[in-house]
Ligand binder design. Sequence first.
Ligand code: CP
Length: 343
Amino acid sequence: VTTAAAPSAPITVHTPKQQPSTHWRGKDLLSLASLRPDDLRSLLARTHHYAQIANEPSTSTGDLRGRAVATMFFEDSTRTRTSFALAARRLGADVVDFSTASSSVNKGETLIDTALAVEAMGISAMVVRTRQSGGAASIAQAVRCPVINAGDGRHEHPTQGLLDAYTIARAHGRTADFDLSGLTVAIVGDIASSRVARSAIAALKPLGARVVCVGSPALAPSGLVSLGCEVTREFDPLLPQADAVMMLRIQFERHGEGAAAPGKGEAPRSASIPSIREYREFYGMTADRAARLKPGAIVMHPGPMNRGLEIDGEVAGGARSAVLRQVAHGVAARMAVLASICC
Ligand code: CP
């Protein structure tokens, strides 16, 4: 990830106006389930504040001037890694992008020793993604600087949950108070593997939304009701009710040994997905299903997408799609979290 600004780019210093009066402040952000509803609203209000300027290349607020933020991704990422780097830079921080591909992790160094070494160089905050659930929490226990979880295994992806809640609130005119009561959000697909779903539920339920998880018993287990949501096997009856439909990627890499995404014309290698045709028939967001959504309903996907499996290309690029809005809001949400933790 290249984070350096073009040398000739003009730098605009934006003076933040009308910042929310109370801010959530914590040492780390490891999950949304640990936040109170007021903390969520405070972070969303701050996201709304930054959304006005987050995606302008010339933005430099100066809030984190003199600070250094390390992005440490022990698992692949496009959106989260890039948007955290942009968010930190647009707040005025230096960004150190730690790449596992060329690091001493490949010589057997542990995540904790790696984090301690990076911290020793004067880091103000670490953004951490790990394959293991609880990886960011383990690092947070070992270092003194704040740690932001950028996705840990199947556990949580808190900034994705924030940007998803913000996208729904904005699409439905709820940015004044982030009260989502009366809205129905369907989360569809591989919920069992999904840290995105877990963080979305942890944000949406306390804000008042009705959340319905949709999928087969293997992908949407009944135990999800313990998180406060409903669970159904039937997608079609929900279409006219939903205000937002969050499609999830089938995460073949988390389906156990031997599981793999299908090659062109092949059957998927996963006990949970017998065939692509059958999966699309029951749970795919096809153009036909998108047409049965009520006016104003949005279709979301955190990315990366398996086009033609959980979502059809024409829906992903269609009028109801909020996919790129989600990505754009990610920069503002990450600015809000970094500013709340570091300032
Ligand atoms: N949504 C998300 O986490 O995407 P990346 O894996 O590309 O960061």
